[in-house]
Design a protein around this ligand. Structure first.
Ligand SMILES: NC(=O)CCC(=O)C(=O)O
Length: 265
């Protein structure tokens, strides 16, 4: 299966963000991808006071990507968006996956929220405006079991173990808006660790560049194979990169180095 990771720089202009996302999906389809993955908060990355009204999973955002999937004949993982939440103060940070007929096949709400204070560098309290999800999700994408997660989830290996073991996932998807400050040292290491320890392909699409004041995202979207090899990595620009997921190779690695089977519980 050929996958494309789409790296974008979403800002405070929702219509422009969606236009750029659509453009990336068209590039992915033209490059022969079967699945295209967009980053976290592909709808809007800007100040809270100008944020668009949150929507349900039957709103305009979902319709936009359902149409794109159908028109391009592509599996689309629509990164994440601001889904209306459990109360007036909070949204969910939600991923939707569409099949090539435009059907919604999965919804995942980010479980681990980014509440971090790193002196003079990062100050972020995601839980002030976002409610956490409480369900793990494995979707059947083009016949391949695919575990869903979002950005900060990447730091919690027990989630991915569950996706790979109980959920029998062979691909792990990570849409992200990983910070520049942490991304430099942590992004690639964590993605490769999740791939190696769970013997899965990891498909990670990141936001790139400056967003609202004080927030710069690391980018370097990538696809990692179950051996931990980086198959494709985006440069520091908006654009797509593609890679081929070879599931026979995954089976061979799991047979020859059966670390999942050798777990002692
Ligand atoms: N949007 C996020 O969850 C940010 C995660 C991040 O940057 C990290 O270091 O973790």
């Amino acid at each position: 299966m050929r996958v494309a990771v789409c790296q974008v720089n979403s800002r405070a202009d929702r219509d422009e963000n969606l236009r750029v996302a659509r453009d990336q999906l068209e590039r992915a389809a033209a490059a022969g991808a079967e699945l295209a993955v967009l980053p976290e908060y592909v709808d809007y990355l800007g100040p809270g006071d100008t944020a668009p009204k949150p929507e349900g999973i039957d709103g305009e955002f979902a319709q936009f990507f359902a149409n794109a999937a159908r028109e391009l004949g592509l599996w689309v993982h629509a990164g994440s968006f601001h889904e209306s939440g459990p109360d007036a103060r909070r949204t969910y940070n939600t991923s939707l996956v569409f099949d090539p007929s435009g059907g919604l096949v999965a919804r995942y709400r980010k479980i681990h929220l980014y509440d971090v204070e790193i002196a003079d560098r990062v100050s972020y309290q995601e839980s002030r405006s976002v409610a956490p999800g409480d369900e793990t999700v494995v979707a059947e994408i083009a016949g391949v079991r695919t575990g869903l997660s979002i950005c900060y989830d990447l730091r919690f290996p027990e989630l991915y173990r569950r996706l790979a073991v109980e959920g029998e996932a062979r691909v792990l998807v990570v849409p992200a808006a990983f910070m520049m400050h942490t991304g430099r040292d942590h992004w690639e290491v964590l993605l490769r660790a999740r791939a190696i320890e769970n013997q899965c392909y990891v498909v990670a699409a990141g936001q790139i560049g400056d967003h609202d004041p004080g927030r710069t995202c690391f980018g370097r979207s990538m696809v990692v194979d179950p051996w931990g090899t980086v198959l494709a990595q985006a440069p520091d620009t908006v654009g797509i990169v593609t890679a081929e997921l070879d599931l026979d190779r995954l089976d061979k690695i799991r047979t020859e180095l059966p670390s999942l089977a050798n777990r002692r519980l």
